[in-house]
Design a protein around this ligand. Structure first.
Ligand code: FES
Ligand SMILES: [Fe+2]
Length: 328
């Protein structure tokens, strides 16, 4: 994991008011809930008293109450009540549950994975996926590390093989370029695949940057979109569960149909189609070894893999730049 980043980890609708949601993300067990104002709270799902899962407890007066001995914690993690000591007894400061900075934006729950600080940056999302779009979501679990799932969405040479009868139709096996550019923390990829008529592929260095928008955009650390058309996008948030598992939040965004109900129906059908295509990838990506990707793991990469190389390189740079041994 790259430290000191916001990660999208849940769909907002998964955390309803009045409910405690126990979920594993970022390699730790978390409990998600909403305070009295509806603000999202993310805590480690472990009571500081005897280690029980807080998610089995309940909400009481805007606090989370442990199922075991009834200790209560406020949204910041501070313990506010130890029933066995008496309700008027002071609570020592050491009794704290671990609460993570959290946001609820763009229909996603985000966790700040790093040292808490006053001036947290905005969550990394795509400005152009705004309120003018409607979307449908499909969440699917992959037995793959999130780095493998992300690479797969930057892999332009797999299309005619994995997606022979869907998005890879046309047998365009020759990969010209691809052109990939890293701007701030966003990777842009133009796809220029062609049918093999005996020509050699143009190397990435021989192809200049097109003057039209890129097809693929990945924003560090874990969101991606495919701009199929100005009014039609496929989006994925790759929520890390642990070293071997990822929850994929696949979204179909569209704004060509605005009539209510029909709009929702189209988004829903689109989300199901997304999942079918992602299933074609999933079958193979879960078999990749080692589970966690990286440069220098003995893979023999080709020019068509350049977007993947850029992703892995920048991932390494961000991890180094964080220079942080922070652990939750
Ligand atoms: S384990 Fe939570 S109150 Fe005892
Ligand atoms: Fe694919």
């Amino acid at each position: 994991m790259i430290p000191n980043q916001w990660y999208a980890i849940l769909d907002s609708r998964e955390v309803r008011p009045g409910k405690l949601v126990g979920v594993r993300r970022m390699g730790v067990n978390l409990v998600a809930w909403r305070d009295d104002e509806g603000q999202i709270v993310l805590m480690r799902d472990k009571c500081p008293h005897r280690g029980a899962a807080l998610s089995l407890g309940k909400l009481a007066d805007g606090h989370i109450q442990c199922p075991f001995h009834g200790f209560r914690f406020d949204p910041s993690g501070a313990c506010v009540l130890i029933p066995a000591n008496g309700r008027n007894a002071p609570v020592p400061k050491a009794f704290r549950a671990h609460s993570f900075p959290a946001r609820d934006e763009h229909g996603l729950i985000w966790i700040w994975w790093g040292r808490p600080r006053e001036d947290l940056p905005p969550v990394p999302f795509f400005d152009d996926l705004d309120e003018s779009f409607a979307y449908g979501t499909y969440a699917v679990h992959w037995n793959a590390h999130y780095s493998r799932a992300i690479e797969n969405q930057l892999d332009v040479s797999h299309l005619p093989f994995i997606h022979t009868n869907t998005i890879g139709r046309g047998n365009r096996t020759v990969v010209n370029g691809p052109v990939s550019v890293l701007e701030d923390d966003e990777l842009h990829v133009w796809v220029m695949n062609k049918v093999d008529a005996g020509q050699l592929a143009a190397k990435p260095s021989d192809v200049s940057r097109p003057d039209y928008p890129p097809l693929l955009r990945f924003r560090f650390p874990n969101v991606w979109q495919n701009a199929i058309a100005p009014d039609l996008r496929v989006f994925v948030a790759f929520a890390p569960i642990d070293a071997e598992n990822t929850m994929m939040y696949l979204r179909f965004y569209q704004r060509f149909i605005k009539v209510p109900l029909l709009r929702e129906l189209v988004c829903w059908v689109g989300a199901i189609a997304n999942n079918r295509i992602a299933g074609e990838d999933q079958r193979v990506v879960v078999t990749q070894q080692p589970k966690i990707s990286g440069l220098g793991i003995g893979e023999k990469l080709i020019p068509a893999d350049q977007p993947i190389i850029r992703y892995l390189k920048h991932r390494g740079e961000l991890i180094d730049a964080a220079g942080d041994d922070w652990q939750p």
